[in-house]
Design a protein around this ligand. Sequence first.
Ligand SMILES: [Fe+2]
Length: 384
Amino acid sequence: MSVEQQKYVNFKTDGYLAEIRELNRKLNESLTEITALYETVEITRHSINLDEVFSSLFNSAICALGAESGSLMLLDPEKKILTIKKAHGMDEDVIKNTRIELGEGIAGLVAQSGQPLIVHGKADSLEVKGRKKYEKVNSICVPLKSKNGIIGIININRRNDIPFTENHLRLLSTMANEAAFALENAIWNRDVNEGYSCIIRVMVSIVEMRDPYTANHQKRVTDLAHALTTEMGLSKGEIDGVHMAASIHDIGKISVPAETLSKPSRLSKNEFDMIKEHPEVGYNILKGIAFPWPVAQIVLQHHERLDGSGYPQKLSAEEIVLEARVLGVADVVEAMASHRPYRAALGIDAALEEISKNRGVLYDTRVVDACLKLFYEKGFKFKE
Ligand SMILES: [Fe+2]
């Protein structure tokens, strides 16, 4: 091959290599974008913690767009002011003190118009708050829109001179839509949960008026059951379900005459049989309410025992839902530790001995272990 031919081959090879490098760069960029989108969709669809959603979305946006700084700002609809909810690469005092009015700077303009913006160049034309005149700006800003209007913005900045592209704008807008969806979901969840809490509060006050013993017992059982579910690392849904069920688990006792419940002497067989119906009565009261947790089922099963010796259905082991196994232990420990109308308190030591002795026989081993840990190692105490 002649020298000229060799030069030509080298020239072509360099061209191909540059093309491959460019394709590789684009491929990596697309992969980063797809990963960021996937992560955003996953977290917004599966998390009910709004703060977690915002953090995850914002970090993915910073990472996918190769940015050095940015902020997620929420709009106070009354005062029409944007404040920083999440930030990256910004000073603490800026995060705390920044207040941007609608129409002011890039963020204010985007929040006012609802239109995304890419700004690349000098800041003088935009009256960008906090920036020196003629300072270079390399930013992308998209609105967070809910069905009721603008709720905030996401603003991302680069220090280098490589401008953001339309692809970046599309990516960030999609992520912002997911965040707005998560926010709407969180608000809806909060309202629905408030509705359920209201129903529970009404039921609790009915029990309180009629039977203060049971009301106090339910409160203390709820505290222990909540601590148990947290100690066991159960999901938020399971923790909330146990909490709701525990706070009204003896609601079925409203079918028992008040004088029987407060009888200072031992109960007759008939009276005891009547009290034993309370899980089913409670179930029947609760089953018509479409709680997002199996509240009625937990209440129905809270006197079932692992070996099938409980009531009303004589379920055993895994047939009993985990939440009811937790509530069962909390119920027994509180009942034994406390004074009852017909007997003095047996004390917490006797209660813990009962669950230790019957660990894996009557009571779930995981629940018993968590309970012993709470009392012996973590200083859990019932409130007076
Ligand atoms: Fe009960």
